[in-house]
Write a protein that binds this ligand. Structure first.
Ligand code: NAD
Length: 355
């Protein structure tokens, strides 16, 4: 029997179709009277809708959230929050909006409420990120963990199928790495397996019928669980690779996760039989989860090569150097040759093989 230490992070979740109507209650229950609503420019209308629903409790809307939280945007958001006398933030959107709320919380300590509209899972983690001059810094701070999360699957009906699939893979990646994380615990493992099960079942149904609310709800349920796993565990090789690829080459976040995951999992598979068993059971009838994830991405029309995302063969050495210079924990040793081979397969879109 293995030993472990489990620490539960605080978590308040309001879940279900139509639950956006509960947001004003959530804000009021926290005693907040002037919240700043944050969203991406593309979701300005959704941000305004949320502000309208909050009425007098909304101090303003800032529709400037961007991927990887550029420091300039964080400075503007922090300045606006101070200028408006905001006492909290409501982040509506994907990881970018939530990330901006976290950037404000990190400096001003304002509580963040999250209304997620993708499956990225950031709303369940105390992990923040800030990007300055092409370099992304990340850290953990309990102050940035949202105090309340309102999951309303109706808000995800507009998320295009392509983004829904890659965002779902982003969530699955959190669960996969949580299963073999050095700080995994029995609760983390159960949560991860259930998150994968829910997402693997939901994504094909969303691809077939994008307005299937039941499937959207299942995907959001899976994203919640997978996000919670990321919040509770240490990231490994897969996330290290994606952070290097995103930070250095500015590759799109969710698509990069989708392409890299089968290859990172195949690399680690020989060292993590329990993870392979858990994933095989969660994915029902599967014996090689890395191959099954690669097949699923292909079946659902998701990208399977980094070339499609803008990477070239010239970038491989640079990324390998970066990953080796500042490695994350990993269950299997990572050699330069192994890494270059893994990146080569991900670059070309070949099937995953244990390196
Ligand atoms: P995103 O938040 O950047 O959103 C991508 C695009 O989709 C945006 O244009 C957004 O407006 C649009 N969009 C979102 N929801 C929509 C909807 N329902 N309908 C229509 N359009 C919608 O993408 P993301 O993948 O959710 O987040 C990526 C960012 O989150 C990255 O910066 C990543 O590093 C971060 N992240 C952080 C954590 C963490 O724990 N800190 C975890 C996962 C991701």
């Amino acid at each position: 029997m293995r030993s472990f230490t489990h620490t539960a992070l605080p978590m308040r979740v309001v879940f279900g179709p139509g639950s956006l109507t509960r947001l004003p209650e959530e804000v009021a229950a926290l005693g907040l009277t002037r919240v700043l609503v944050l969203c991406s420019p593309e979701q300005a209308a959704t941000g305004q809708l949320v502000a309208d629903a909050l009425g007098d409790r909304a101090a303003g809307v800032l529709a400037e959230a961007r991927m990887h939280v550029p420091v300039e945007v964080a400075h503007r958001a922090r300045g606006l929050a101070a200028e408006l006398g905001a006492d909290g933030c409501v982040a509506v959107g994907g990881g970018s909006a939530v990330g901006l709320g976290k950037a404000i919380a990190l400096e001003h300590g304002l509580p963040v409420l999250a209304v997620p509209t993708t499956y990225a899972g950031s709303e369940m983690t105390p992990v923040w990120g800030l990007t300055a001059e092409g370099v992304k810094k990340t850290g953990r701070d309990p102050r940035v963990l949202p105090v309340s999360v309102v999951y309303d699957p109706e808000l995800t009906l507009t998320l295009p199928v392509a983004m829904s699939v890659t965002s779902g893979f982003n969530a699955i990646a959190h669960a996969v790495e949580g299963l073999y994380a050095p700080d995994a615990t029995p609760i983390v493992s159960l949560t991860a397996a259930e998150g994968v099960r829910a997402l693997v079942s939901a994504l094909p149904r969303i691809a077939a019928v994008p307005d299937d609310l039941e499937a959207r709800g299942d995907a959001q349920y899976g994203a919640w669980l997978c996000g919670a796993v990321l919040g509770a565990t240490t990231m490994s090789l897969h996330h290290r690779l994606c952070h290097a690829l995103g930070g250095t080459l500015d590759l799109p976040h969710a698509s990069t996760h989708t392409v890299v995951l089968p290859h990172a999992l195949a690399h680690n598979a020989p060292a993590v039989p329990d993870t392979i068993a858990a994933l095989s059971a969660a994915m029902v009838g599967v014996t090689d989860p890395a191959r099954a994830l690669w097949d699923l991405a292909g079946d659902l029309g998701a990208p399977r090569s980094l070339v499609e995302l803008g990477m070239t063969g010239d970038d491989v050495d640079r990324i390998a150097d970066q990953v080796l210079a500042t490695p994350y924990a990993n269950p299997r040793a990572v050699t330069r040759d192994g890494l270059v081979a893994l990146l080569g397969r991900a670059l070309d879109g070949g099937a995953p093989v244990a390196g």
